[in-house]
Write a protein of this length. Structure first.
Length: 269
């Protein structure tokens, strides 16, 4: 049966007193140096434009590195063979890297997102066919809330490498609402009704001024597109209110909104 106490005593007996003193002194010096270096690194990071979360992650990694070096130096003073330990750590780190490849990729993507600022919390973005408001940006994933109230978690590895559309970057969004009118409706009358609807819609910005363009000749009617701008936070409300006001203004102006219909002509012999 293995005698743990005996093994520890034999190991302690092999360590000379001077080695113990050297190890204790090395440990004390390394701990003091680590604190000073961490304090200096913290001051330098505060002068940068990095986000606070990135600063914490950098300090955490730097602290782990310093403590690892402290253990290595202290063990070397005790006469422990570090070659096998370093080899074991190398093999272990390789195994962990291979096993956590996706996790590390997401972490790297999270650092890229936090440092490059393609979007921020509260922005409405679209990526990979998923759109929503950014609720949280972590190292592993980015959480979105979709317009229909669902929560979507996007891996940072894929998000950092794919196309991202940020609808909130300018602080305002353009509404492009299509409206059809009958062919016999005067063009200027339709445009006037569209402008009145845009002016009556709460949330539509007066500058840039709303614009109405004839954009398409359809099978049953002429398509006009109303272009106007709203603040990013007012976009959805303004868009739906514009649709209601367009219907009301078309009715007041006597402009018919066409729909698909089938005319049947019966010929009698």
């Amino acid at each position: 049966m293995f005698d743990l106490n005996g093994a520890l005593q034999r190991f302690a007996g092999k360590i000379a007193l001077e080695n113990l003193l050297a190890a204790a002194l090395t440990l004390a010096v390394c701990m003091v140096a680590a604190r000073l270096l961490l304090k200096l690194a913290r001051r330098l990071l505060r002068r940068t434009r990095l986000e606070e979360r990135i600063q914490r992650y950098v300090l955490m990694f730097f602290k782990l590195l310093l403590y690892t070096l402290t253990v290595v130096f202290t063990a070397g003073c005790l006469g422990i063979n570090m070659t096998s330990l370093v080899a074991l750590l190398s093999v272990g780190s390789l195994g962990v890297t291979l096993a956590a490849e996706d996790v590390l990729g997401n972490v790297a993507g999270g650092l890229v997102i936090l440092s490059s600022h393609p979007f921020a919390i509260g922005d409405f973005i679209e990526s990979g066919g998923v759109s929503g408001t950014v609720e949280e940006i972590s190292l592993n994933h980015t959480k979105l809330t979709t317009p229909d109230g669902l929560t979507a978690l996007l891996p940072n590895k894929e998000l950092a490498a794919s196309k991202v559309i940020n609808y909130s970057a300018l602080g305002r969004r353009r509404i492009a609402w299509k409206m059809s009118a009958a062919y016999d409706a005067p063009t200027e009358a339709v445009k006037t009704a569209c402008r009145r609807a845009a002016e009556a819609t709460e949330g539509i910005l007066p500058d840039p001024a709303p614009a109405v363009c004839l954009t398409e000749f359809g099978e049953s009617g002429i398509c006009f597109t109303v272009y106007c701008w709203a603040l990013a936070e007012d976009f959805w409300d303004a868009q739906f209110a514009l649709a209601e006001n367009l219907r009301e203004e078309f009715s007041k102006a006597g402009v018919e909104i066409p729909y698909n219909k089938l005319d049947v002509h019966i010929q009698t012999g």
